[in-house]
Every structure is written in structure tokens, then in C-alpha cells.
Design a binder for this molecule. Structure first.
Ligand code: DON
Length: 572
């Protein structure tokens, strides 16, 4: 079908009437001059693997709501995206009902009861390399299964079994792997062999190739337990036993009591505004929501739209905002159940404006000169985000992770799933960077039962009281800046959803004092101008995999599936 819808043109009413009368359901093409793909009326799923997107769409078409589809997608990704989809990890959900109520679910992993502040330090007080990443001690207590059970208990409509079964079918029957997954598996083979005894389903005698069938019988059996017993199918019984046996075989810390005590937590959504838009996002223990709102406040009064997308002034301003916000993150953010996060102070507009007042246009601020504020009072992207909207307009944004690619790369023998290495998101020692180069201190120190600080930023944006955008991404420390830039791309630079996702990104995180840019993110003249002002510009690989949905003013859903991965958007 030919493109005919365009935002902001003089024919809106006419077009609306045309659309309303002649296109009752289904898809229409993207906006004029923009390749934003098909638009849909009844719902949409955008996630990191085609087969999982199909599972989500089938659930929506069956009458499931966005939460039902999210639960089914979570389990399907645990099968089809072993590097990030998971039952052995955790995540966050941001939810907005069609009526406008919002809520968030924290199913982040927790430090085991036997964890301790200095557990990754040697006798000389130095961090032991790799210990928080590739050992049995690297794992936090998994939260994903309890999170899905909770999400379904509160908002689900279809039967739980119907939501888990598609993942079981894929695990049991196998699915054809993409070229990218084949390459990921081949690249990690040596590590899988080193860290696990015997064979497992991700190791093959000959290299994986695109189109090979990946069958996961052990995982199918584990998922059957979850299907039949819900929470108890994972945190008790044979699966829990296998997890504990695995822990004991590698001096891991997770105990039966840790599993029994794990509970996902509903937390009031963090909200803020940017111009006419309301931002609904994740509160701590993610740093993502607070940091995103701080960033938006920091740039709000500047004419980004006039300066233009990824032009030197835009990049300079955004980098300076990011520098300051990440400095705050290092000191003030941690699990609110253990540390008093000064969220109100960090989110005072006057605070963020005053932080920006120390920057001058002629020269880059040195990160060394920026301390966390005061107020009174790359491995590849291996987390995954999915955005879902249903027919009624309920929306779900979930970011979920094992942390590193394939987590700790350690399988629970017999149970067929990978363990996370989320403990690395804690600050092992003040000032020592974690695998994303992030530093932290007391707020994010290790304590038994505490949740490690995250950057995951599942977010929903409203305009005029109505759903506007659902967005999120993987990418470790770059998550926050990718979500921030995607929102600016749509609101400030008038990009459609797919274009906003495709657009090249850049990133600064205070330390190291470097601006990472994706290839061709900046034109060379602007790069030179910024370099002359003292910005250290360094090329990076692809940054993030944003999966997002925009609701057009015509009431259609327009998806953005990140071409940096196998991400897929499906709607109806
Ligand atoms: O929660 C966090 O911030 C990290 N564990 C996310 C890890 C991630 O995005 C991995 N992808 N690069």
C-alpha cells in the first residue's frame, strides 16, 4: 500500500476521515518520506528475536492483553535468545493501562544471603579479575520467573499455561537460528566448554550455521515445571534442586532459602515531564529512570530542534548533561531498600539546571573536574528489551538480562538454563569500574539480599494524557543514553519510530572521559569542531538495540525494531 499518512500536515482531518472509513483494521504504510514501515491498529510486539515476536503476536490475536503477551515473550526469548532472554536472570517492567494507570515491577536479581561487601577482593584488597563475571559466585538470585508470575497474577487475562506453552514448544521442537545467533554461539564455544563439564545444547561438534535447528530438551522440561507449578516450579522442587547442586559444584552462594525468599516487588512508577510529554519510567534499583529524567531536565531549555540531529551543539550539550548525570549515578544510586536514594533532590529542575551552568561552549568540561553534585538535604549488547501494546491500548515495556552475553556462561546442569552474572553490577570496590566501566561506592556496595544497581530504562511516554511511546534497550551503561536519544529523536527531531531507532547514537558516561560514537554518527566537520574543544571522540561498535512503539495521532501503532540485531516488529 502506498504511503499516505504524514504527521503535521494540512490534510490531517481529511486523512483521518479517510483512514477511519477506509482502513478499518490492519496495517497502513509509514509516513511520507520516512521508512517507518507498517502501522497497525490492534496491537504490536517489538522484540529481539523473530520467533519470540511471533509468539507475542499470537497471544494478542488470541485475546491476550499486553501483559499476557509480555509473559509469553519473556519465556520465548529465554529459548530463542540464549545470550540475553532468560529465566536465570531478572529485569524490570513498566506498565501503563489503557486508562492511564501506571505501575512497575522490579524482578531484579538479589545478592544471596551469603554475599558480602568484599567478596570479590583478594587478601591485598584488590578486585579479583573475572570473579564477578565468570564464576558461580557471579550470580544473583534469579527474578524472572517470579516476576512473570506476579505480572500475570495482577494483570494477566489468559491462562498461565497458555503463556508458557509456546516457549516449551519451541524448546522441544527446536527453532532455526539466525546468522547472528550462530556467530554468537560459535564465538562463545570455548568459554562454554571451559566453564561447563560435559556437553550441553549450545555446543555442537561442527560450527553452528544459519538455519541450524536448536533443540533444548532440558529447558523444555524446566519450563514444563514452571507451566504446571508457577513460581514453585522454579524456586522449589527439581529445578531448584538442580540449581543448588550446580551452585555447590562451583562454590556458588545461592541457597534454597535464597530461592524461597526471592520476591519481585511492585514499585510506584517514576514519573516526570519533558515539555508536553509525561515520562513514566523505572525507579531504583534501576538508575535508568532517574538518570533519564535528569538528562531530559538538563537539555529541556535548549533549542535542540534548531541545532539539528547529531550536530555539534546538540552533541556537546547532550554529552555535558550525560557527564554530570553519570557522576551523580556513581554516588547516589543503589537499591532503595538498602540505601536512601536522594531521588527528590536529583530530580529538582533547579538542581539539574545549576549543574549545567558550569559548562562553557568553548571547551569540553573535564570529567576530572566534575564530582557528583551536592544538594541540601563492550561485549555486544546482551540484555534484551521488548515493547508491547494491545488492542485496548495497554502498554508494557520490559528490559530483562543475564548481564553479560550468555550471563556467566554457566548452565544449570540438567535444567538447561544459563546463570546470570549480575553481581558485577554491584560496585566490588569503590572507584573500581565494572565491566561497563561504571564506578560506584557505598550506595551500590554488596550486601546480602540487596539488588545491584541497574541502568535498564524501560519507559513509556504519554502526550496529552494518551499513550505516545513505549521504549527501551539493552547496552549496559549506554542504555540510558540510547533511550534518551531515541526520545529526543522523535520529540525534537521529528523522526518516525523506525528512523529514531535506526539513527546513529553516541554516549558519554563521565568516566572514562570519552565520547563514544557509532560509525557515521557525526559528520566529520562536527567531529573536528568537537575535538578542537577537547572532546575525546572514539568510535564504538553498534550501541544498544532499541525496540520501541509509537502511537501516531491517527491511533495507529508504528514500530521501531533495531536493525543492529535480529529485532522484529509484528502487529495486527
Ligand atoms: O542492569 C544493567 O544495567 C546491566 N546488567 C545491563 C546489561 C546489559 O545491558 C548488557 N548489554 N550490553
Amino acid at each position: 500500500m502506498k504511503c499516505f499518512l504524514k504527521r503535521e500536515n494540512g490534510y490531517q482531518l481529511l486523512m483521518f476521515l479517510f483512514a477511519a472509513f477506509f482502513i478499518p483494521v490492519g496495517c497502513v504504510q509509514g509516513q511520507l518520506g520516512k521508512d517507518n514501515g507498517a502501522q497497525y491498529r490492534n496491537g504490536m510486539v517489538v522484540c529481539a528475536y523473530p520467533d519470540a515476536a511471533q509468539v507475542g503476536l499470537n497471544i494478542l490475536k488470541k485475546g491476550g492483553n499486553a501483559v499476557d503477551a509480555a509473559v509469553a515473550v519473556q519465556f520465548a526469548l529465554a529459548v530463542t535468545l540464549p545470550e540475553a532472554g532468560n529465566i536465570g536472570g531478572g529485569g524490570f517492567m513498566v506498565y501503563r493501562s489503557a486508562k492511564g494507570e501506571s505501575n512497575t515491577l522490579d524482578f531484579r536479581e538479589k545478592a544471596p544471603a551469603m554475599a558480602s561487601q568484599d567478596m570479590y577482593l583478594d587478601s591485598a584488597g584488590n578486585v579479583v579479575p573475572g570473579m564477578s563475571l565468570s564464576t558461580h559466585k557471579a550470580s544473583g538470585v534469579p527474578g524472572s520467573v517470579d516476576g512473570m508470575v506476579e505480572a500475570h497474577r495482577k494483570y494477566g487475562r489468559l491462562k498461565w499455561e497458555e503463556l508458557v506453552q509456546p516457549a516449551i514448544d519451541i524448546a522441544h521442537n527446536g527453532f532455526k537460528i539466525t546468522k547472528r545467533l550462530a556467530a554468537d554461539l560459535n564465538r562463545n564455544e570455548a568459554e562454554f566448554k571451559k566453564l561447563n563439564e560435559g556437553k550441553n545444547y549450545l555446543i555442537k561438534d561442527t560450527p553452528w550455521q544459519e538455519g541450524d535447528l536448536l533443540v533444548q530438551e532440558d529447558l523444555a522440561k524446566t519450563l514444563e515445571q514452571v507451566r504446571d507449578k508457577g513460581r514453585a516450579g522454579f524456586y522449589e522442587g527439581p529445578v531448584a534442586d538442580e540449581l543448588i547442586t550446580e551452585m555447590q559444584s562451583g562454590k556458588g552462594l545461592i541457597s534454597k532459602t535464597d530461592l524461597q525468599n526471592y520476591h519481585a516487588v511492585w514499585r510506584k512508577a517514576l514519573t516526570g515531564t519533558y515539555k508536553d510529554y509525561k515520562i513514566i519510567t523505572m525507579p531504583p534499583p534501576s538508575s535508568g529512570g532517574i538518570a533519564l529524567l535528569q538528562l531530559l531536565q538538563s537539555v529541556q531549555k535548549y533549542p535542540l530542534n534548531r541545532w539539528g540531529f547529531n550536530r555539534d551543539s546538540t552533541v556537546q550539550l547532550v554529552v555535558e548533561a550525560e557527564r554530570r548525570v553519570y557522576a551523580d549515578r556513581s554516588k547516589y544510586l543503589g537499591d532503595p531498600d538498602f540505601y536512601k536514594v536522594p531521588g527528590d533532590s536529583l530530580l529538582k529542575p533547579a538542581y539539574n539546571t545549576s549543574r549545567m551552568s558550569t559548562f562553557g561552549w568553548d571547551k569540553a568540561t573535564a570529567s576530572a573536574s566534575i564530582l557528583p553534585g551536592k544538594f541540601v538535604g563492550y561485549e555486544s549488547d546482551q540484555t534484551t528489551h521488548y515493547s508491547i501494546v494491545d488492542r485496548e491500548g495497554n502498554a508494557v515495556a520490559i528490559t530483562t538480562t543475564l548481564n553479560g552475553s550468555f550471563g556467566s556462561k554457566i548452565f544449570v546442569k540438567g535444567a538447561g538454563f544459563l546463570l546470570n552474572n549480575e553481581m558485577d553490577d554491584f560496585s566490588s570496590k569503590p572507584g573500581v569500574p565494572n565491566m561497563f566501566g561504571l564506578v560506584g561506592g557505598k550506595a551500590n556496595s554488596i550486601q546480602p539480599g540487596k539488588r545491584m544497581l541497574s541502568s535498564m530504562t524501560p519507559t513509556i511516554v504519554e502526550k496529552d494524557g494518551k499513550l505516545f511511546m513505549v521504549v527501551g534497550t539493552p547496552g549496559g551503561s549506554t542504555i540510558i543514553t540510547s533511550v534518551f536519544q531515541t526520545i529526543l529523536n522523535v520529540i525534537e527531531f521529528n523522526q518516525g519510530m523506525q528512523q529514531a531507532v535506526n539513527s546513529k547514537r553516541f554516549h558519554h558516561q563521565w568516566l572514562p572521559d570519552v565520547v563514544y560514537i557509532e560509525q557515521d554518527a557525526l559528520n566529520s566537520a562536527d567531529s573536528v569542531k568537537l575535538a578542537q574543544k577537547g572532546y575525546k571522540i572514539v568510535g564504538s561498535g553498534p550501541s544498544g538495540r532499541v525496540d520501541a512503539i509509537l502511537k501516531t495521532k491517527w491511533g495507529y501503532y508504528e514500530g521501531g525494531a533495531d536493525p543492529r540485531g535480529d529485532d522484529t516488529k509484528l502487529g495486527w
